[in-house]
Design a protein around this ligand. Structure first.
Ligand SMILES: NC(=O)c1ccc[n+]([C@@H]2O[C@H](COP(=O)([O-])OP(=O)(O)OC[C@H]3O[C@@H](n4cnc5c(N)ncnc54)[C@H](OP(=O)(O)O)[C@@H]3O)[C@@H](O)[C@H]2O)c1
Length: 231
């Protein structure tokens, strides 16, 4: 049985980003979505992964607004003003690796931890955007060390939490989702405008998958098309 009830209450984390904003737009236009809360670095209760304490305080501030049946976390970085993805092993450096681990793995994992209290125990979905390039098995091209490693770490942290939730939150699906290549700030330096899809199309596809998620899907790495991806 599909987990997402009708009506449902949704929380979008990272709603200032391209895919996050497109999810907000889609949910605003969905009559089944009865309540929509947005979180980002400058929202009323801000969350900034440069300050990991903000995750706990943001979650605590939102408790009176919950519970939510759908929580989507879209926060992630591929490049920053300081770093571009590594092309070769000689580009690998501790500072970049630490930074991406913090934003792409540690922040999202702590978000799973602290926002779990905001989930409806009867039926809910928590989705974190990962990336297919974080798949160890699918890695054929190499490069992008920090981004790949941070998304692989995120996948492991999420999978481990999902195993625990099968016991403690049996009616919640915890999912790592690959949005496909999307035209966004993140993909722009990598021909994102040419090879990426509009965010609207990506979130429409992802929401179709979300609507059909079952509790048995928890702990999966799923593509926007519904395909299960190798870890
Ligand atoms: N675009 C693609 O082709 C693609 C492919 C595979 C996976 N993904 C994944 O999809 C997700 C969304 O990407 P996007 O394309 O929408 O990128 P985007 O437009 O650059 O959005 C990134 C989001 O992350 C937030 N963020 C970055 N650093 C943060 C920090 N320190 N604290 C809190 N928030 C922070 C940004 O907030 P600000 O607005 O404040 O900067 C923004 O909301 C990411 O997890 C990405 O890895 C994207």
């Amino acid at each position: 049985m599909a987990l997402l009830p009708n009506p449902f209450r949704a929380l979008v984390i990272g709603s200032s980003g391209t895919i996050g904003a497109a999810f907000v737009e889609l949910l605003k236009n969905n009559p089944s979505c009865s309540e929509l809360v947005e979180v980002h670095r400058h929202s009323e209760f801000p969350m900034n992964y440069e300050n990991l304490e903000s995750i706990k305080s943001c979650a605590a501030a939102l408790i009176p607004t919950g519970p939510f049946q759908l929580i989507i976390n879209t926060i992630g970085v591929l490049h920053t003003s300081k770093w571009m993805p590594e092309k070769r092993l000689d580009d690998l450096n501790a500072e970049q690796l630490e930074e991406l681990m913090k934003i792409n793995a540690i922040g999202p994992a702590l978000t799973i931890r602290y926002f779990s209290q905001l989930l409806d125990p009867n039926n809910s979905i928590m989705l974190t955007l990962s990336a297919k390039v974080g798949s160890i098995e699918d890695n054929r091209l190499g490069g992008w060390f920090s981004y790949r490693a941070s998304k692989a770490a995120l996948n492991m942290l999420l999978k481990t939490a999902a195993i625990e939730w099968a016991r403690t939150k049996p009616n919640t699906a915890l999912i790592a989702m690959h949005p496909g290549t999307v035209n966004s700030r993140l993909s722009k330096p990598f021909r994102g405008e040419q090879i990426g899809r509009p965010a609207k199309d990506a979130v429409t596809d992802m929401f179709r998958v979300i609507e059909n998620l079952k509790k048995e899907d928890s702990g999966s790495f799923i593509s926007y098309s519904g395909e299960k991806l190798p870890w």
